[in-house]
Design a protein around this ligand. Structure first.
Ligand SMILES: Nc1ncnc2c1ncn2[C@@H]1O[C@H](COP(=O)(O)OP(=O)(O)OP(=O)(O)O)[C@@H](O)[C@H]1O
Length: 713
């Protein structure tokens, strides 16, 4: 069945409407959202106030939501009127809205896309269902989207506790990404300082600090257009000859410490009004440059980052709230009509969106399976900016929400299907409940409550002893200077463990509850557990000792979890040899497969056939071939480079003629230059490959012809 064009869809709207109403009549009732916004708000406030339940464990690391918007006034008439001026008489004079998306269930989210297609007997409709965690129909407003995404997933408290919260808006141009993101940005600006006040007060009280204004906020706003990043907070430096705004390019690189921090102006904001003002100014800069370029904002990714520093924990990493309005997921065919610069940007955008997909999928998979998956975040500037979410060695807890936007129109259904199938696979089952995994003292993921309590006690005692020992060492040194000798420390002497572990670890808390907590929150709990009921606040120096020791214990716990995961990865790697290639989930293999396309399958097929003929182990032969291709792919920097023998090249050149040969290469090099492709060797190889391929084809046809003639009648 072939897909139908927008014009042919428009000319058959009445047929599609009647097919849709027949279909709708047979559908079950729509399943609504599970909890009311009021319930979400109430539980959010409770969590904020309630010290005991501050664990940011709202289930998934990656949450997927779908959203469709209402049709705009006169939109169908203007957008799909077809080429009536050019005599497209099939398109009705007045085009009205016809729905392309139906909300089947809000939570869990299910959207059904209605896709017009052409069968041998005429136009028809296909109904394709896609799953998400949440789905927002056209009548859901931004306030409700905010409550169900940002509030329900504790994104603000997570960032304030030193974690990373991220929201990504994905979708076709004009599907409503900017509408959603601006709505969320303004609401975050509205609530951030209120939540910070509640949390700051709680934290300062635990530490006995007087100043309750403990958070510092630094905001950056970046635009990534193709490969070029610029600062949206800064005013453009004027306009160029084409009237385009001149913006300084901002490099995006990983520094020696592994931090990706583009050189942007970080503005300190102290209130909702200041944050709101900064967001408005940056958005206005984005709109101006978009208008100047005679295009929409759909061509660039806009990344708003709010960094949160906790003044009481100067050594801890900063929490971050990252909001990304992604470039429109334009199809390559649609961008062909544009100039070279647009095509370059479009190609770059598609590359970054594909890489983002790989990263989000790998992250979702890792969270759900608890395995160790390679996340290729270094492959693109966009994912580099999102490093703290994707870097598995990051000790910061993170949560990403991806909102996939689709147009409500039936003429956009093919785009909508692309968008929904991009985002839907991110939906994973909630993390598996910790099963009865055998106890492993080296793997905190297997510890129950009692084992956790005893580990914590041991750790605190160990560190208290170390402290005592180092105090003794200092005193002994001092005594030696005075010619005295101190009595050695009695190892059996009881030590003050500083922290009451039973108070720190109530009820059913296990090591994984703590491992999911950010260090700031763990330290805060330790500070509370160090203070006896009714005692005055801890002295500044005592609080410093508690903070130091508890941060070390948290670090040790994260380290154990990380090494346990690494051990699991090594085990997976070892067992990979026995796995069928199709069963492996190594992202690199998948990327290499994508690059090789059908050549990969041919190579596997050849390896299988050879192994069968020689009576060898098929799985092993396939795995070996995959290894060979992977090595080759990696050695060529993630590309597939065709290799031909010199003889074959000379043969092809002789057949084609040296002049035409050189001309073809020259044309390809020229094309590469036009597209700013730096790698001329790559362009040359592409030209050679095309000519040798064509030569092989001709040779094959000739050989087949002669073998038919030669064969006996
Ligand atoms: N949920 C909604 N309710 C009402 N109007 C909406 C909604 N979503 C989007 N719109 C309107 O639809 C139009 C397109 O939306 P928007 O600019 O947000 O799309 P976009 O996906 O960001 O497009 P682009 O990629 O071109 O930037 C705007 O006029 C916007 O106000």
């Amino acid at each position: 069945m072939a897909a139908a064009s927008a014009t042919s869809i428009t000319s058959n709207l009445s047929l599609f409407r009647s097919l849709l109403s027949e279909w709708s009549a047979k559908q079950p009732k729509v399943k609504g959202l599970a909890t009311t916004p009021e319930e979400i708000s109430a539980s959010f406030d409770r969590r904020l106030q309630d010290k005991a339940s501050g664990i940011h464990d709202t289930g998934k690391d990656v949450v997927v939501a779908f959203r469709t918007r209402p049709p705009l006034e006169n939109e169908a008439a203007e957008k799909f009127k077809g080429n009536q001026e050019e005599g497209d008489l099939n398109v009705p004079a007045e085009v009205t809205f016809c729905e392309g998306i139906t909300l089947a269930s809000a939570e869990p989210g299910v959207f059904i896309a209605h896709v017009p297609s052409v069968k041998w007997n005429g136009p028809t409709l296909q109904h394709k269902a896609f799953d998400a965690d949440l789905a927002f129909g056209p009548h859901i407003d931004n306030e409700e989207v905010y409550k169900r995404t940002v509030v329900a997933n504790d994104l603000i408290p997570l960032a304030l506790s030193g974690g990373i919260s991220c929201i990504l808006a994905y979708g076709q141009t004009g599907s409503g990404k900017t509408f959603t993101m601006e709505g969320l940005e303004h609401r975050i600006a509205r609530d951030l300082f209120r939540v910070a006040e509640v949390m700051g007060k709680r934290f300062a009280e635990a530490e006995g600090a007087e100043d309750q204004d403990i958070f510092e906020f630094g905001v950056t706003f970046l635009e990534l257009l193709g490969k070029h990043a610029s600062d949206l907070v800064e005013q453009p430096e004027g306009v160029d000859a084409k009237g385009e705004p001149i913006r300084k390019e901002v490099p995006i690189q990983e520094d020696k410490a592994g931090d990706v921090r583009p050189r942007l102006i970080s503005t300190t904001v102290k209130s909702s009004a200041e944050l709101e003002d900064l967001i408005n100014r940056s958005l206005a800069h984005r709109r101006t440059s978009a208008t100047a370029r005679n295009a929409t904002s759909s061509r660039s990714h806009a990344v708003l980052t709010i960094r949160v520093k906790n003044k009481l924990l100067p050594y801890a990493e900063e929490g971050q709230l990252i909001l990304v309005d992604l470039a429109g997921s334009e199809r390559y065919e649609d961008s062909k009509a544009h100039d070279k610069q647009r095509m370059d940007e479009s190609r770059e955008n598609n590359k970054s969106l594909m890489n983002l997909k790989e990263c989000v999928r790998a992250k979702a998979k890792m969270a759900a399976e608890e395995g160790f998956v390679h996340i290729p975040w270094r492959m693109n500037k966009l994912t580099m900016l999102l490093k703290p979410i994707f870097d598995i060695e990051s000790r910061q807890q993170s949560k990403a929400i991806i909102i996939a936007h689709v147009s409500p129109h039936i003429q956009d259904s093919v785009h909508s299907v692309n968008t929904l199938s991009y985002a839907s696979p991110f939906k994973t089952a909630p993390p598996k409940p910790r099963g009865p995994a055998p106890y492993d003292p080296q793997d905190p993921r297997t510890w129950n409550h009692e084992q956790t309590v005893s580990w914590l006690k041991e750790e605190f005692i160990k560190r208290a002893k170390q402290r005592k020992q180092s105090e003794w060492n200092m005193q002994a040194k001092k005594a030696a200077k005075e010619g005295k000798k101190l009595k050695p420390l009695d190892p059996n002497l009881p030590v003050n463990t500083i922290i009451d572990v039973d108070k720190l670890c109530p009820g059913e808390m296990t090591a994984m509850n703590y491992a999911k907590m950010y260090v700031a929150e763990f330290v805060e709990r330790c500070l509370q557990a160090a203070r006896k009921e009714g005692d005055p606040p801890l002295s500044q120096s005592y609080a410093t000792v508690v903070k130091g020791i508890s941060a070390e214990v948290a670090g040790q716990l994260y380290y154990l979890v990380l090494t346990a995961k690494t051990r699991k990865r090594t085990a997976i790697m070892k067992s990979r040899k026995t796995l069928e290639v199709k069963d492996t989930y190594d992202e690199e293999i998948q990327m290499a497969q994508l690059a090789y396309r059908e050549k990969w399958n041919h190579a596997m097929w050849d390896a299988t056939k050879k192994a069968q003929e020689q009576g060898g182990d098929v799985a092993e032969a396939v795995a070996k071939m995959a290894d060979v291709l992977m090595e080759e792919w990696k050695a060529n920097g993630g590309r597939v480079v065709e290799k031909f023998s010199d003889e074959e090249i000379q043969e092809a050149k002789a057949e084609i003629g040296a002049k035409k040969w050189d001309e073809t290469i020259e044309t390809e090099l020229q094309r590469a230059e036009n597209y700013h492709v730096q790698d001329t060797e790559w362009a040359r190889n592409t030209a050679i490959k095309r000519m040798v391929d064509a030569f092989r084809e001709r040779k094959k046809t000739i050989q087949q012809g002669s073998s038919t003639r030669d064969s006996p009648a």
